[in-house]
Design a protein around this ligand. Structure first.
Ligand SMILES: [Zn+2]
Ligand SMILES: [Zn+2]
Length: 185
């Protein structure tokens, strides 16, 4: 009579059942084999957990950056409305409808994101000055000083305090600028 054998859950080799250890998760050839099996299972569980957390973090960051984008859209729209009758902050080109107007940041959102929603830092600009003259910074600064004063410009330039926004804060910013836009229109 052929002796029936059983597969060890750990090493996957076959053994006579009577020599094996029976545990709730299955049969093992040796105690050490079951310990190794548990260790591997634990490691896999930890890896799964880490992966899930990473995914959740990524998801949260993605959502947050989408809210920043939305808030920036409404903020910029407000800036264009606020300055609707003004010329370009850089080149004095008068307000006309035949060209594209942007809301241009003096301190760029790339280099100085802490001022992305600072109304002192953003003014109506021709798309040309914004895109082709990299913001036309020197001319921008000259006229910005005339518009808001040297002190306000220097205060802003000095202020490097990082700003972190929660999604709830960004929602408030979005609503604020939607309301402000409605009021001007
Ligand atoms: Zn084994
Ligand atoms: Zn210009």
């Amino acid at each position: 009579m052929a002796t029936a054998t059983r597969k060890c859950c750990g090493c996957k080799d076959r053994f006579k059942p009577e020599t094996m250890i029976k545990l709730p998760v299955g049969y093992f050839c040796l105690l050490q084999c079951s310990i190794d099996y548990a260790t591997r299972a634990q490691k896999r569980a930890r890896e799964r957990q880490a992966k899930t957390k990473l995914k959740a973090d990524k998801e949260r960051i993605k959502t947050c950056s989408q809210y920043i984008k939305d808030a920036q859209t409404w903020f910029n729209k407000f800036i264009r409305l606020r300055d609707k009758d003004l010329p370009c902050i850089c080149c004095d080109r008068p307000n006309t409808n035949d060209i594209q107007w942007h809301a241009g940041h003096f301190l760029t959102t790339g280099a100085r994101p802490e001022h992305r929603f600072n109304e002192n830092n953003c003014h109506k600009q021709t798309s040309y000055c914004n895109n082709h003259l990299s913001g036309n910074v020197a001319e921008y600064r000259k006229r910005l000083i005339i518009k808001i004063g040297l002190q306000a410009v220097e205060e802003m330039e000095r202020d490097h305090k990082p700003k972190k926004y929660t999604i709830d804060e960004l929602k408030v910013i979005i609503q604020d600028y939607k309301d402000k836009c409605k009021l001007i229109k």
